[in-house]
Every structure is written in structure tokens, then in C-alpha cells.
Design a protein around this ligand. Structure first.
Ligand code: S3P
Length: 441
């Protein structure tokens, strides 16, 4: 089990490029596989989660060639799409490791196939709720059940391994999702490709819209209006090539480090700044951070920029409502920023954090407390009194990549030595994290 030991640093400084966006990399593999034509994906994220997506489609007969794991600087993936109905029944179950995105989005695509298959994952994924996608997909005609040994009955939820029996064509539905989740929205839209008529999903507040944007790039009949997205089943055509922007969720760790460490300046080149993902920028700015965007442009339907962050004095803020889905994966590292901000920060209604790779409210509150932070959870709210002081100690990622990286960032400004246990999980989303951090300190 790998651990990381961190000693305090005075500042972070430099120009870096974070690897490709995880959400967009997953979607690029999925849409390219079920499109007509060949797609070359550049700046693909060679993290374990996305490699599980590639493996699953290979198991379903799609020809995918990718640069070796070590070539993180020029990751390219070439996919020969077989069309909407070109997937083959896999010979054995699809094991998806830690990747919730792969499982939930794949369930959408598998709903429209006329074969049966089983999806499984690691211990963390086997404890993640799947009813949120199984329910709307069942309304469309898919049969999704927990495999016999799944943890099926706990609190009426549905946990992997799951068995899915698809159907073609599916029934179009209008679905009002009770949660703002891009994974739920995407699963329904992807199933909508296989439905007769128009499928619509509405969410309570806007979650990331990469699926909608990429479907447009693949000539799908997709429309968006406010909090709703709809799709009419029709074949996908490959755009030929896709560039994956740098992942703002990975950039977030360095944005917080640069903000809280004195005299820092970090430039994050070619980072995605899709408005449904830039909650981290808006919240940090609200806290008083100095962040500048330059070279703003669009690449394959996604906005991209160079983001420069300078150190600044932060103040505590209230984070709530529509800000939560726009910064959902960055809330753990924002808790670290809040410790170093003056005054009180309240993160309100962050219950979705409890069903991530681990319960991220519990993991971050527990770990930051071990370092001496004044932080507590009240139900699904997190309250942090910024003391500006942390003392090094041993903390545990609990197998969650974003908890692990957030605690490494906390360690950079803690007094003495901090050890983060169980850090191999960082490879799921950001294998280059430690190397890039070394370049900045
Ligand atoms: C993701 C959506 C979010 C996010 C996850 C990736 C995606 O999950 O937390 O890391 O790629 O669609 P939810 O849709 O469950 O909020």
C-alpha cells in the first residue's frame, strides 16, 4: 500500500499542464465506440478509471488502440466505431474497478443492447448507489437487477454487481431527476439514443454537460434548454478527432495550493473551463483568491483557457445551492482552502459527497480534524472555522483519490510532517499528481 509523506513548503510556483479531463475522456471512448467512423482522441486521461472504460468496450468487440501507460505526455487513443448496434455480448462480466462514471453511463448504453451482461467493481464501487440510474432505465424498458451476491437489500438501494438485460428499441421517457447528477442525466440520454421518440431529462440544478456537448459533436439530435436536455434516437457520426481539455478537477488541487501558500504563482495551461465545472474558480474568487484566465478558446465544443492563480488572503464564505454540483468534486480541496481562510465557511447541502468513492464529508472532516482543523459536519453541511493552522499527522485516504490529493495539499501548509496513507488510489484520476507537484515546489 503506497503512502505519501509531505513536508511543509513556502510556496508553489511554475507553469504546468494537468492531464485530460476524466469525465470527457470516458465520454469520448463511449461515443466513439458506438459511432460510425474512426475517432482519434488526443490528450486522453490515462488514469485507471478511463482505462477501465476502454477495456469494457474492447471486451464488447471494439477495436481500440492506445499509447502505453507510460506515455502520459502524448496520450492518444484511436477507436474504430461500430455504430449504435455494433457492440457484442462480452464473454465475461465487465469489471470496472473504482469507476462510478463508467458503470452508470455504460448502463445507459447497455439498456439499448439486446444482450445480457454483468457489471462489477471494486469494494468502493460495490457500495455505491445504482438505483438512481436503474430506475429511469427500467422505465425505458431495461431490466437491471443486482447479481445474486450483490448487497441488494441494504436501505432499499441497489448495489453492484448488477445484471442488465437490454432491449431494442427502448421507450422514450420524460424524466425529472430528483438529484443534479451528470451520471444520471447521461445514462438516460445515452439510452435515449436507442429509444423511439424523444427522451428528456430535467434536473433540479445544472450538472456537468459534457455528454450533451459531445453528443452534438457526434451529430446527435440533442437539445438543451435550461435545466432540461432531450435527445431523439439517431446514428452517431464520428467527428474524426477529439481533443480532451485539461481536467479542472485535477487543476483544483494546485489552485488551492497556490492560493493559500504565500508568494505563489501557478499557471495551469489548457484547462477546461466549462461553466458547469468552474464552481471552483467562482468559489475561490468569492473567498478572495486572485485567479486570471487567458488564451480563452474553444476546442471541440468545450471552452479551454490558461488559468493563473496567485496567493492571496482568503475569507470564509457560504457555499450552497447551484454552486454544489458545479464544484462537487472540488469540495474536499475547498475544505482545505477554508481552513486557511479568515472566518467561517459553511458548505450547505452537500449530501451527494456521502455517496462518492468514499463518504467525503466523513473522510475530510475526520482527516482535517486529525491535523487540528476546526471543522465539523452537521447532517449534510460542513462548517469550518478558519484557524490558518494545521499540524502534521498521519491521515488516511480511505481509498479515495480526491481525499488523498486534498490531504497532500493540506500537508504542504501544515507544521511538521504529514503522512497520507493508501495513496495508490490517486492513479484512478491523476497518475501524474506527485510528479507535477514536485515541479512546483
Ligand atoms: C461525473 C459526475 C459527477 C462527479 C463524477 C464524474 C461524470 O458525479 O462527481 O466524479 O463524469 O459524469 P454525479 O453525477 O454522481 O454527481
Amino acid at each position: 500500500m503506497a503512502n505519501v509523506t509531505i513536508l511543509p513548503v513556502r510556496k508553489v510556483e511554475g507553469v504546468i499542464e494537468v492531464p485530460g479531463d476524466k469525465s470527457i475522456s470516458h465520454r469520448a471512448v463511449m461515443l466513439s465506440s458506438i459511432a460510425e467512423g474512426t475517432t482519434a482522441i488526443s490528450n486522453f486521461l490515462m488514469g485507471e478509471d478511463c482505462l477501465h472504460t476502454i477495456k469494457a468496450f474492447k471486451q464488447m468487440g471494439i477495436k481500440i488502440v492506445h499509447s502505453p501507460w507510460s506515455m502520459v505526455n502524448s496520450p492518444k487513443v484511436i477507436i474504430e466505431g461500430k455504430g449504435l448496434r455494433g457492440l457484442k455480448k462480452p464473454k465475461k462480466e465487465l469489471y470496472l474497478g473504482n469507476s462510478g462514471t463508467t458503470m452508470r453511463l455504460l448502463l445507459g448504453i447497455l439498456s439499448g443492447q439486446d444482450f445480457e451482461c454483468v457489471l462489477s467493481g471494486d469494494e468502493s464501487l460495490s457500495g455505491r448507489p445504482m438505483k438512481r440510474v436503474a430506475e429511469p432505465l427500467a422505465l425505458m424498458g431495461a431490466k437491471i437487477t443486482t447479481k445474486d451476491d450483490g448487497r441488494k437489500t441494504r436501505d432499499e438501494e441497489m448495489y453492484p454487481p448488477l445484471k442488465i438485460i437490454g432491449q431494442y428499441p427502448l421507450k422514450a421517457i420524460r424524466y425529472k431527476s430528483p438529484i443534479a447528477s451528470a451520471q444520471v442525466k447521461s445514462a438516460v440520454l445515452l439510452a435515449g439514443l436507442y429509444a423511439e421518440g424523444i427522451t428528456e431529462v430535467e434536473e433540479p440544478s445544472l450538472s456537468r454537460d459534457h455528454t450533451e456537448r459531445m453528443l452534438k459533436a457526434f451529430s446527435a439530435k440533442v437539445k438543451t434548454a435550461g435545466l432540461a436536455a432531450s435527445i431523439e434516437g439517431s446514428p452517431l457520426k464520428s467527428p474524426g478527432s477529439i481533443f480532451v481539455p485539461g481536467d479542472i478537477s485535477s487543476a483544483a488541487f494546485f489552485m488551492v495550493a497556490a492560493s493559500v501558500l504565500g508568494q505563489s504563482s501557478v499557471r495551469l495551461k489548457n484547462t477546461g473551463i466549462n461553466d458547469t465545472r468552474t464552481g471552483i474558480i467562482d468559489i475561490l474568487k468569492k473567498m478572495g483568491a486572485r485567479i486570471e484566465l487567458s488564451s480563452i478558446r474553444e476546442e471541440g465544443g468545450e471552452p479551454v483557457a490558461d488559468i493563473t492563480v496567485y496567493s492571496s488572503r482568503l475569507k470564509g464564505v457560504l457555499i450552497e445551492g447551484a454552486e454544489i454540483p458545479r464544484a462537487i468534486d472540488e469540495l474536499p480541496v475547498l475544505m482545505v482552502a477554508a481552513v486557511f481562510a479568515e472566518g467561517k465557511t459553511v458548505i450547505k447541502g452537500a449530501g451527494e459527497l456521502r455517496v462518492k468513492e468514499t463518504d467525503r464529508i466523513a473522510s475530510m472532516v475526520g482527516n482535517l480534524k486529525k491535523l487540528g482543523a476546526d471543522i465539523r459536519a452537521e447532517g449534510d453541511d460542513v462548517i469550518i472555522n478558519g484557524t490558518g493552522l494545521l499540524r502534521g499527522a498521519t491521515v488516511d485516504s480511505l481509498g479515495d483519490h480526491r481525499t488523498a490529493m486534498s490531504m497532500v495539499i493540506a500537508g504542504l501548509k501544515a507544521e511538521g510532517k504529514t503522512t497520507v496513507l493508501d495513496t495508490a488510489c490517486i492513479n484512478t484520476s491523476f497518475p501524474e499528481f506527485e510528479n507535477i507537484l514536485h515541479k512546483l515546489v
